[in-house]
Design a protein around this ligand. Structure first.
Ligand SMILES: Cc1cc2nc3c(=O)[nH]c(=O)nc-3n(C[C@H](O)[C@H](O)[C@H](O)COP(=O)(O)OP(=O)(O)OC[C@H]3O[C@@H](n4cnc5c(N)ncnc54)[C@H](O)[C@@H]3O)c2cc1C
Length: 391
């Protein structure tokens, strides 16, 4: 779709083929793919690009376990393997680094029965993580390859070591995507401007800068704010279609080897970055009083992380950070047209795995927008989430 296909311009009203509301990781990938398709696009963000939850500290890109293979795991596997090539291409084009590395992941096994479960997954990985010329391992090992990463006493029954996980520096990736878009021919960006109202019938949005913009399609990638915006397009529902879940994280100044695998145990992530910094996270708070700011829950997590990785004991904490993750009612990402307003599409709900999936979800949203059928689990469709909320 080019400028010529944009909706007719009414008096005093500008128009675009595609309006993207929200410039977090979801909206930025959508804008990049719109550029590649030559779609006349306006990307707006209420603040600066990446200022929402996407501007966090962790950037873990972790797969689901390789057993009980299904459509969701296949989608994620393909997304995680494709991301590496996407990022390498963008880094080459922009001359910037996203801090990406396929570092693998260590998961301590504190109890013998967990080792039995982990060992059962070895053949699953041989089968399911070996596709399209890419093969990744799920191994069970007796001790950590690097002393103290993690401490021996948390891995009494050994550790799982898998080689599919990767990590990226979230802020660096946002900068890479933003730099790529700054030279775009078809995408215009307006920051510090919100979409205050989306009028599905007239196909236009009223922006906080006073402008009314007509659109052919609108992708709502507004993170946690996307849920009420999408709900407003249809009949009232007994339940909300998604919620905000607060997460807190911290960044330590260290000089660890950036090639170390990330560590994951019982919801605690330890992610070493290219800079030598180590990010630790994250809480999952369904209920919270203050959306912003960190509190004692982060201090508890930091204490756990220091026990698990003793080298963090004396390391300086350079940042404490909190954000609100968009969690759709069905936990899955939320993508695609609203059944009552088919020109308006969702692109949100990535919850804890957005960074590994956002590019593939954005591609799926654009395919749906063009009337195509992406290879994506049907439970990701906005329609499916609306059904769950209506029950
Ligand atoms: C502590 C923590 C740790 C995490 N760790 C990981 C991790 O290791 N790996 C991982 O994959 N994910 C992780 N996540 C989840 C991930 O950060 C989020 O799922 C992801 O960033 C969501 O991206 P988004 O683009 O949907 O939303 P956001 O990044 O929140 O972007 C939405 C944007 O929309 C804008 N906006 C909102 N309303 C409007 C409006 N009306 N008009 C215009 N603009 C608007 C906002 O300003 C914002 O910039 C973590 C989250 C937290 C909180």
């Amino acid at each position: 779709m080019t400028k010529a296909d944009s909706p007719a311009r009414r008096a005093g009203q500008s128009s675009v083929a595609l309006l993207i509301v929200g410039g977090g990781i979801m909206g930025l990938w959508a804008a990049l793919y719109a550029e590649r398709r030559g779609i006349d696009t306006l990307l707006i963000d209420g603040g600066s690009l990446g200022q929402g939850t996407s501007g966090g500290l962790l950037g873990a890109l972790m797969p689901h376990t390789p057993d009980v293979w299904d459509e969701k795991k296949q989608f994620q596997f393909e997304a995680l393997t494709a991301l590496e090539t996407e990022i390498a291409g963008l880094e080459a084009a922009t001359g910037l680094s996203a801090g990406y590395r396929r570092c693998g992941r260590l998961m301590p096994l504190p109890k013998p029965h967990l080792r039995v479960i982990a060992e059962r997954r070895i053949p699953d990985a041989e089968r399911n993580w070996n596709q399209c010329g890419r093969a990744f391992d799920w191994q069970v090992i007796d001790r950590t390859p690097v002393d103290g990463w993690p401490a021996a006493d948390v891995s009494g029954a050994g550790l799982t070591f898998e080689t599919l996980s990767a990590r990226v520096d979230p802020r660096a990736l946002i900068s890479v995507l933003t730099a790529a878009l700054r030279t775009a021919r078809h995408v215009r960006i307006i920051e510090n401007c919100t979409a205050d109202q989306i009028d599905a019938e007239r196909g236009c949005a009223i922006l906080s800068n006073g402008e009314t913009i007509a659109f052919g399609h609108c992708i709502v990638a507004a993170g946690i704010r996307a849920f009420p915006m999408l709900e407003a397009l249809g009949p009232a529902l007994p339940k909300p279609i998604g919620q905000a879940v607060k997460g807190q994280a911290a960044l330590f100044r260290t000089e660890v080897d950036p090639a170390l695998p990330l560590i994951f145990l019982d919801g605690l992530f330890v992610v070493q970055h290219e800079t030598g910094m180590v990010a630790v996270g994250s809480t999952s708070e369904n209920h919270f009083v203050r959306p912003e700011g960190t509190d004692h829950q982060l201090e508890t997590l930091i204490a756990r992380a220091r026990k698990m990785v003793p080298l963090l004991e004396g390391a300086e904490i350079v940042e404490r950070w909190a954000g609100l993750r968009p969690k759709a009612i069905d936990r899955d990402p939320m993508v695609g047209p609203h059944p009552d307003a088919p020109r308006i599409l969702a692109l949100t709900g990535g919850f804890k795995v957005s960074f590994g999936l956002a590019h593939s979800l954005a591609e799926a949203a654009l395919t749906l927008m063009a009337g195509g059928a992406p290879s994506m689990p049907s439970s990701f469709l906005l329609e499916s989430h609306l059904d769950v909320a209506a029950r």
